[in-house]
Design a protein around this ligand. Structure first.
Ligand code: NAD
Ligand code: TYD
Length: 360
């Protein structure tokens, strides 16, 4: 029975990934979810799987070498799927050091613990072990020419403290592959959207604000471009790399779905109009007049765009959910889960929001 150690499994992509593999492999696998439950981690994302015999949650911090080592001692881990990270660019601009501690030092702790548990006496590694490091396309920097894309061979050029910390962690993983022949893969994915995403990121923030009749804060001229992928398609790509990816390789994941931020905000407003019936207060409140162009993010990357040629040709990955369908599913999920949104925004979120955007 294969055991997956998923770090950051209570976050947005991690919880979607746990749902994905438990649905796909059922009781034939075991999942251990290691998460420190920061502001971004939420156990209610996993309420439906928490009672299963083949799922276990362990509250621990990836920076805590002793705690992580203990997990490897008590579980025969086959695959590490390393999501745990500080993930929001705006927060990284305010507190870069937290990003270095979690994303760089935390990854180093995970790599050391896996190496210690998996290395044989002859310096080789036990059969069937793999460390999948989940990373971002932001490590490649910013594109300007519309015909340009990020390939696995594109030189790293991170700009924000977030992307710099992710780039550092990628280099650490590459160093373990080169130095110890450590069995790892890296995936660099474009912007994800879907259920359980914390409303500090563009899409859930806009959905939440629109439904509450709040302003819709668009940075700069709104023409920055991101390449959006439905989270389940990302999870499918990670699973394929775990199963079939060549050891030591990097795979870019993205669905060629580039959109300007302002276009995303307009699509969200139109979709809310389509999904809610006339007379619903939330429908009346979600108006284009609420769009407010505000001061630009510092060092704001202009455009990201992934070329997924390698994962498509080598592993047969392709995105299944087109944006028009994915955004409808996502907004429908937020409409059905207003309680979830209330819960995650009830704590420190309001302080964060007021600091970032000013009290309304
Ligand atoms: P998230 O912020 O929603 O979740 C992060 C999770 O990690 C949370 O559950 C949090 O509690 C946990 N965590 C944070 N610090 C920890 C620590 N020190 N110890 C243990 N757990 C800790 O993030 P996400 O959007 O789900 O992203 C997951 C991963 O995917 C990150 O590594 C991110 O860089 C990468 N990624 C994200 C996107 C995206 O669009 N969201 C795109 C590409 C790659
Ligand atoms: P975000 O979801 O933070 O992802 P990332 O910066 O990692 O790509 O932001 C996506 C884009 O949306 C980015 O260009 C910044 C922009 N943005 C806004 O215009 N307003 C907002 O309130 C937020 C959170 C983001």
């Amino acid at each position: 029975m294969k055991t997956y150690l998923v770090t950051g499994g209570a976050g947005f992509i991690g919880s979607n990934f746990i749902h994905y593999i438990l649905k796909k492999y059922g009781d034939s696998i075991r999942v251990v979810n290691l998460d420190a439950l920061t502001y971004a981690g939420n156990l209610s994302n996993l309420e439906d799987v928490s009672g299963r015999d083949n799922y276990e949650f362990i509250k621990a911090d990836i920076r805590d070498a002793e705690a992580v080592r203990e997990i490897f001692k008590t579980h025969d881990v086959d695959v590490v799927v390393h999501f745990a990270a500080e993930s929001h660019v705006d927060r990284s601009i305010r507190t870069p050091e937290v990003f270095v501690e979690t994303n760089v030092l935390g990854t180093c702790v995970m790599l050391n613990a896996a190496r210690e548990a998996w290395e044989k006496e002859d310096g080789g590694f036990k059969e069937g072990k793999k460390f999948l490091h989940v990373s971002t396309d932001e490590v490649y920097g910013s594109l300007s020419d519309p015909g340009e894309y990020f390939y696995e061979t594109t030189p790293y050029a991170p700009h924000s403290p977030y992307s710099a910390s992710k780039a550092s962690s990628d280099f650490l993983v590459k160093a373990y592959v080169d130095t110890y022949h450590f069995p790892a893969n890296i995936t660099n994915c474009s912007n994800n959207y879907g259920p359980y995403q914390f409303p500090e990121k563009l899409i859930p923030l806009m959905i939440n604000n629109a439904l509450k009749g709040r302003d819709l804060p668009v940075y700069g001229d709104g023409k920055n471009v991101r390449d959006w992928l439905y989270v389940e398609d990302h999870c499918k790509g990670i699973d394929m790399v775990i199963e079939k990816g060549r050891i030591g390789e990097t795979y870019n994941i993205g669905g060629h779905n580039e959109k300007e931020n302002i276009e995303i905000v307009r699509i969200i407003l139109d979709t809310i109009q389509e999904l809610l019936t006339q007379g619903d207060d939330r429908r009346e409140m979600a108006q284009k007049s609420r769009i407010k162009f505000i001061e630009d993010r510092k060092g704001h990357d202009r455009r990201y765009a992934i070329a997924p040629d390698k994962i498509s040709s080598e592993l047969g990955w392709k995105p299944e959910t087109m944006f028009a369908e994915g955004i409808k599913k996502t907004i429908a999920w937020y409409l059905d889960n207003e309680e979830w949104m209330e819960r995650v925004t009830s704590g420190d979120y309001q302080n964060y929001y007021d600091r970032m955007y000013g009290a309304e």
